[in-house]
Write a protein that binds this ligand. Sequence first.
Ligand code: COA
Ligand code: AMP
Length: 631
Amino acid sequence: MGYHAEYNAWKSDPESYWLKAAKAIDWDVAPTRALFDRGDNMYEWFSEARVNTCYNAVDRHVENGRGDQVAIIHDSPITNSQSKITYAELQTRVASLAGALKAKGITKGDRVIIYMPMVAEALEAMLACARLGAVHSVVFGGFAANELAVRIDDCTPKAIIAASCGLEPNRTIEYKPLIDGAIELADHKPEFTVILQRVQHKCDLGSNDVDWHDFQNGVTPADCVMVEGSHPAYILYTSGTTGAPKGVVRPTAGHLVALNWTMKNIYNVDPGDVFWAASDVGWVVGHSYICYAPLIHGNTTVVFEGKPVGTPDAGTFWRVISEHNVRSFFTAPTAIRAVKREDPKGEFTKKYDLSCLRALYLAGERADPDTIEWAQDILQKPVYDHWWQTETGYTIAGNPAGLEALPVKIGSPTVPMPGYDVQILGDDGHPVEPNTLGAIVIKLPLPPGTLPTLWNAPERFKKSYLTAFPGFYETGDAGMIDDDGYLYIMARTDDVINVAGHRLSTGGMEEVLAAHPDVAECAVIGVADQLKGQLPVGFVCLTNGVNRPHSEITAECVKLVRERIGPVAAFKLALVVDRLPKTRSGKILRATMVKIAGSEAFKMPATIDDPAILDEIKTSLQTIGYAKEAT
Ligand code: COA
Ligand code: AMP
């Protein structure tokens, strides 16, 4: 069946469509009904079924004869090491870890925070939680203690599972001080922390800490605990319109059904094939496509600890693909831009046999035409952009290569997937004509696996997503649909920016800057950057009477954001200005500032911390009267 037939099959009978897709999952109690309308625009999928995620991602493959197949390849150019874990080994390891967690009192519904780098044990920790029906919340290693503390207070975990350190090319990140700092800042105190000691740095264990290996000694391996279909599989925090992150809830059964569906239909892999998503387990791409989807589908997944360039060179991606026989490769455009910058002619692709690779998939931020064309050219393979978000957990619009590869239109992530009725609405809430910009919305109900609510915040869920356009889910993106039904994603409608494929809230950064004693008011906007897509720039107005050197204050602002949010914010530039553009009612005109920053002087600067760019920013601000002596 081609794309259109498949999409129409879903649209004409969604209930049968999803019940059919559910047959690919092994249930304890199979669903006889797919959708449950809970009223007030709230929906659940497969609520009456019972199932276990870990059983579907691990045990069933061992039972079905895949025990000797490699489940996880760990490839770490940073530590210069590689290892492989078969499905049978994974089952033993995960059952043992789950047994140890169970012995420490972790049961179904308990929350567990996972704070780990790109090691295979991060996946084992996620799967061990899933095995027990415990709800994990993975926190990206690039966030600071304060961000970890916010998440601890929101999801009140019984335990934290962490490693002793993460490794960036230029430094070792000691996790223990960050965890201790977060626990001290948080009101909620987890009962214990499990630490995986890495050889690169071993930390001292405190009285509430247990060693990953020691605490598994002598425990009884745990069996899979079956849970109801709408039981939360995990909580993943993402940036919203204020500094407080939103806890996206992922429902168990829909997640299994939908992710499994995507592996063949979108990524075009069969069980046994090697699939690689070069992201981080701390992001939704890592949850869905490093851990769950490939394992649920019986693929081999690659856990890559490294960077696209510099570890050791811009050929790393191609080496991993060729060495591990990767069929479908998924990363963020920013990573490809980094490779292109180092190796513009694609010389490194000639060093490796890439015949195993079928296609490159890009998502996480806008894929600029230059990057797509360059990648197509050097790889001589299709490059598929696809669009989705943490909230959905998988593709909203993409090119369904496994169903039918549609013609690529550069600049468009192609078409909506079955399950998604995507529409473009104008300010009046009515659909606009093709090729006209508007808010991108999805008609309710959203398909299986997407967020049913926000953790502990159902009202915020409704306000953030369901209120602006009644009957629709508001994606927060603006764009258009062309005459052929292809979707184009043009901008965010809120304060979210996308830095190196990482979703960040400028509101969150403003909250940090506003806490500086010399800052009277501030605004943070995203400015185009050639490598990272966008970079945050902060504009601060000083409190009357402050006459310290501006450079001192801006350096403190930069330090503060790094300390409170983390290095991942990539906040390196703050400018002191006399005033901020405002409406009569005093609202800061951030959109106007973005437009100013989008003027010629700011277009895709090579790097934003380049002194020449800094000068241009100052001059532009002075020209338009917002700064007499911006620093
Ligand atoms: N733990 C601690 N610090 C981290 C981190 C982690 N897991 N990940 C990143 N950081 C730090 C970096 O070291 C950097 O610190 P610095 O300011 O001291 O240099 C800072 O956070 C910003 O990181 P990043 O924006 O990723 O920049 P980078 O220069 O390290 O790498 C890219 C740039 C483009 C190579 C990299 O972002 C990349 O490969 N991204 C694409 C893949 C991806 O993960 N996408 C996510 C969604 S699909
Ligand atoms: P995240 O929740 O971190 O995955 O970020 C989701 C947001 O990133 C989307 O709402 C978009 O703003 C942006 N995004 C993701 N993929 C794409 C894409 N293919 N094209 C344009 N923007 C994208």
